[in-house]
Design a protein around this ligand. Structure first.
Ligand code: FES
Length: 209
């Protein structure tokens, strides 16, 4: 909540209580994902960056995909106009969230990337490498070799090599922890690591993005 809202809550607790109750009641028939997507649009309309970041994270946590977020922005074009949509996209890109690049959104062709030799993938834990401008973690997962985007699904922090501890990967920013074998979030959060399709060819690990 902004400092201004905090002030109003303290200065006029009863009136603001009615206001928050109204907002809660107004969205009671909407599922959490839709409610948060609508809040994303209202934050873009008001151009409040903190609010946009907050409700975008919530919408993603409730299952919204990057493509749905872009659809919601474009559908709101009559109210937002191009300038606000471009502003929102700038904020979203600065968050560096996995899944918001054109290739992931299906607008650009992906391709296979040579990541490293299969022999270099550790038996336990993971190895972090930079390939073709992208950071990835490579591991021997539950179903063969797995390749994950190094960006945290929470707020896009580029997780460093130091985040690896045994079979866990922990983001240093807010402590979301992931199981390296499956990519599932096992502590503090609820969204998995972004996983890329991977295959072995001539002893090399290839990944598609
Ligand atoms: S950015 Fe928040 S836990 Fe990673």
């Amino acid at each position: 909540m902004s400092d201004a809202l905090n002030f109003l809550v303290k200065a006029r607790p009863e009136a603001m209580g009615h206001y928050f109750a109204f907002l809660k009641d107004a969205g009671k028939h909407l599922d959490p994902k839709t409610r948060n997507l609508i809040s994303v649009i209202t934050k873009v309309h008001a151009q409040t960056e903190r609010g946009l970041r907050q409700y975008l994270s919530r919408a993603l946590r409730e299952g919204a995909t990057p493509a749905e977020v872009v659809d919601a922005l474009l559908m709101a074009f009559p109210a937002l106009g191009l300038a606000r949509i471009v502003w929102a996209v700038d904020v979203i890109l600065a968050m560096n969230l996995p899944g918001f690049d054109p290739a992931a959104l299906g607008a650009a062709e992906g391709r296979w990337h040579d990541v490293l030799a299969q022999a270099e993938v550790p038996a336990t834990g993971a190895r972090r490498v930079e390939r073709d401008g992208k950071g990835v973690f490579v591991a021997n997962g539950d179903a063969g070799v797995v390749v994950y985007d190094s960006r945290c699904p929470h707020q896009g922090t580029d997780i460093p090599e130091l985040g690896i501890e045994g079979d866990r990967l922990t983001c240093p920013k807010h402590g979301w922890a992931f199981d390296i074998g499956s990519g599932a979030c096992v502590k503090n959060g609820d969204a998995p690591l972004r996983r890329y399709e991977a295959r072995i060819e001539d002893g090399r690990v290839l990944a598609f993005w």
